[in-house]
Design a protein around this ligand. Structure first.
Ligand code: SF4
Length: 373
């Protein structure tokens, strides 16, 4: 195994075993983990406590038996999986769980939480383009901070949050760089590997993650760039899991050269701006997030943002990974289509269902799409 393969294998192992990542952190620091549901929770505040912020999404749960007691059948498949696992006690070792409320499913999730860990639910402002949004968000973040302090029995200072913001901003920059470098080496960074590197970030101390990904970038850049004969795509949606879907891309010679996935690039494409008051800085970051189905923009820039990605990375097409029963993504879809059509961008929509056992329909659609291209 060369160095690139070794680092990739390590990150892939972390991405597949968050429980071990949590136990390792506990053994090293004496502190456990705080779960973070999607999307845009102020992780820096958790990081400032010394606890490990740990993303809770993306685990595939094929059999949903208990979740329908509390969730309607038309709730998105990601939340069906989370609900099923919390009822099985999978998240009971978490010291707390932070839940934001950017969509209707998440709005009620705090009340429905059946795990043993205490829940901290907060609300994101919707009219983000006014100063009142920042004032509101600062109050919400004060609540999150106080709740974390009470539950974890710690004090979270402004200085500690500001330091955490620097760690996170550096990590965001390094992850953006990784995505750019990955696009240069599609033969090495296949869709499954690219996803594993980005997913591992959810379960790692961001300073350690930055170090590993920096090393990976250096090792990759030492390799020659060779022409890629397959098709290049940009992915958009909430997430492109399970791995079976990404393996289908690989089977038909597709490389992911950029993404607009909530679980991937949307996590690190917006830095926290500079300033003194950490809560106000975090509030401003929410205001600056753009082109996301969960952050309302009156002028709907997401389609244009993806068209620009296609041009920048020389992609052949966009694959829309539509999370089953995700309202915010479904509302954006007709607008995206219009923008893609205006710019002559080829596109394919596939449905992401974490409970799916069969991927033949996706395989057939991807195969025909590649043949058409
Ligand atoms: S996938 Fe969509 S509906 Fe489900 S929690 Fe995320 S944003 Fe909400």
């Amino acid at each position: 195994m060369n160095k690139v393969e070794t680092i990739l294998a390590e990150l892939e192992a972390i991405s597949k075993n968050p429980k071990k990542a949590m136990e390792d952190h506990k053994a090293k620091t004496g502190k456990g983990a705080v779960g973070v549901l999607p999307l845009y929770a102020p992780e820096e505040m958790i990081y400032a406590t010394g606890y490990l912020p740990m993303g809770i999404w993306g685990a595939t749960k094929k059999q949903i038996l208990k979740a329908p007691t509390y969730l309607p059948a038309f709730a998105c498949s990601i939340m069906q999986s989370i609900m099923e696992m919390e009822m099985e006690g999978v998240y009971d070792d978490l010291a707390a769980v932070v839940i934001s409320s950017p969509c209707d499913t998440l709005k009620a999730f705090g009340q429905k939480w059946k795990g043993k860990s205490p829940v901290i639910q907060f609300v994101h402002s919707q009219n983000r383009d006014m100063e009142a949004s920042n004032v509101f968000m600062v109050e919400e973040y004060k609540y999150v901070r106080k709740s974390l302090e009470d539950i974890l029995n710690v004090t979270i200072t402004d200085e500690a949050i500001n330091e955490a913001i620097e760690v996170y901003n550096e990590n965001r920059a390094v992850m953006r760089m990784f995505c750019d470098v990955a696009a240069m080496y599609p033969q090495v960074i296949t869709p499954v590997k690219r996803h594993a590197v980005i997913k591992a970030r959810q379960f790692m101390d961001k300073a350690e993650n930055t170090k590993m990904v920096k090393e990976l970038i250096t090792e990759l850049l030492a390799q020659p760039v060779v022409p890629f004969k397959g098709k290049k795509v940009v992915l958009t949606g909430i997430q492109a899991e399970p791995d079976e879907v990404l393996r289908i891309f690989e089977e038909f010679g597709i490389a992911v050269v950029a993404d607009d996935l909530a679980q991937e690039s949307r996590q690190f494409r917006t830095d926290v701006p500079s300033g003194k008051d950490p809560l106000y800085r975090l509030a401003r970051q929410w205001q600056n997030i753009t082109a996301c189905s969960l952050a309302i923009d009156r002028d709907k820039p997401r389609g244009k943002y993806i068209v620009d990605l296609v041009k920048k990375y020389g992609a052949d097409a966009v694959i829309i990974c539509m999370m089953k029963f995700c309202d915010p993504e479904e509302y954006d879809y007709p607008i995206l289509l219009e923008d893609f059509e205006k710019s002559n961008i080829r596109n394919l929509k596939i449905e992401i269902d974490q409970q799916s056992e069969s991927f033949e329909q996706i395989r057939t659609r991807v195969q025909s799409f590649v043949e058409m291209m």
